[in-house]
Design a protein around this ligand. Sequence first.
Ligand code: NAD
Length: 482
Amino acid sequence: MKEIKHLINGEFVGSASGKMFDDINPATGQVIARVHEGGKAEIDAAVSAARAALKGPWGTMPLDQRMALLRQVAEGIQARAEEFAQAESADNGMPITLARTAAVPRGSANFTQFAEHFKYVATETWEMDGALNYSLRRPLGVIGIISPWNFPLLLSTWKIAPALASGNTVVMKPSEETPMTALLTAEVINEILPPGVFNVVQGYGADSAGAALSEHPDVDGITFTGETTTGKTIMRAAADGLKKLSFELGGKNPNIVFADADLEEALTTTLRSSFANQGEVCLCGSRIYVQRPIFDEFVAGLVAKVKANVKVGDPSDPSSTMGSLVSREHFQRVMSFIESARADGATFKCGGKVAEDLPDHLAEGVFIEPTVITGLGPDCKAQRQEIFGPVVSITPFDTEEEALALANDTRYGLGATVWTQNLGTAHRMSAGLEAGIIWVNTWFLRDLRTPFGGMKNSGIGREGGVHSLEFYSELKNICIKL
Ligand code: NAD
């Protein structure tokens, strides 16, 4: 059985407590690895290794050399791309094709992107009468990264790469549900960077490694992706040390389709924005609002596309377009939202149940059919809370003002999508929507130089391009009297 250890100060080590937990493939229910469960002792050791590494060769390394090493990390991931893809799919239930075409290439691209971008960011100078101000950037210090299970490699490297490119050292705590690609990332980085620069402690969140990292007095900043409620807990834990925080949290994103939209394009993309990675994407558009003249046609069109294109099946089969949910616990949570929608009188246009007719080896897996519902009122639980599964609801609207009011009637503010051919509508909606990222006539089209993050309860701060540099570095002003 594969064993997953921590990476601390350049060594792969087990836990002092000797405690371990199972890593389960959610599609088969099989235990695929045993994971060393880290706690305070491992976090303490990793943080002191990271602190010491700041003073080692890494701390004084010329920028070009540091960036060259990060490009080697990108190449190291590419060189083991298939191994990464298999691990991600087995851990998460993600279709292997999605892992091969999106998760792993983006995991590698995160390193190339930040190895390039930060080389070209200038600092400012201000001339005074008889004095000169200029600013210098310095690394923030030791960065704690706490990452989720839904796109483990993509989302962790989105933070590891800029943290390292800015000259920091890192202690990462990946999700207990998906420890595999964190181990592979550790293996790749450990061959390239000095010991202690990048450390991984496996384990749980609350009362465990995650909590120990968020409250550690020698950690300078915490960057976290996960649930809004977890973000609040981490914020409280980090308050004592006044740690700098960057949070990418939950969403309940609106997908608004006007009657003048290119319907075929809107439907094709909505199929993806609803069910990509079983709906376990923070940016999925789970609240769909459709203008009344095309409402019936849109609902029928989406259901037809689900039936024609979505194949729920073994994640390791390249022809599967939807895999398994991440865990039995999460599956039960999603099913309880489906039951609450049913109790609230929703109409199920398709799905709403456990996927059937799967091969015997998936009998212990947790698969849900892609689910499209209508008739949910704005205050129903399934319409208000983040489900994070393959469930979307469609609601009609009449006017632009009504669409905007419905879309913004949420405590979240991560993403939004607008479908229209009218430039005025596109601009007015984009200006009015309370979300950190707005797509017009597309979805999930990402330029890694742009600001990424959420408003309201969906996050604090922005990462991406120079915005990542803002978080991962300290800027100091020097004033010289001439
Ligand atoms: P989660 O909050 O349950 O867990 C995320 C991480 O936090 C895990 O590593 C977990 O072990 C750790 N953790 C849990 N409790 C902790 C505590 N008390 N102290 C410290 N660490 C703790 O989230 P999840 O279920 O892994 O991920 C799904 C959530 O992530 C969804 O809400 C989704 O919307 C969100 N998400 C947001 C973005 C974004 O960019 N905004 C991207 C992906 C996922």
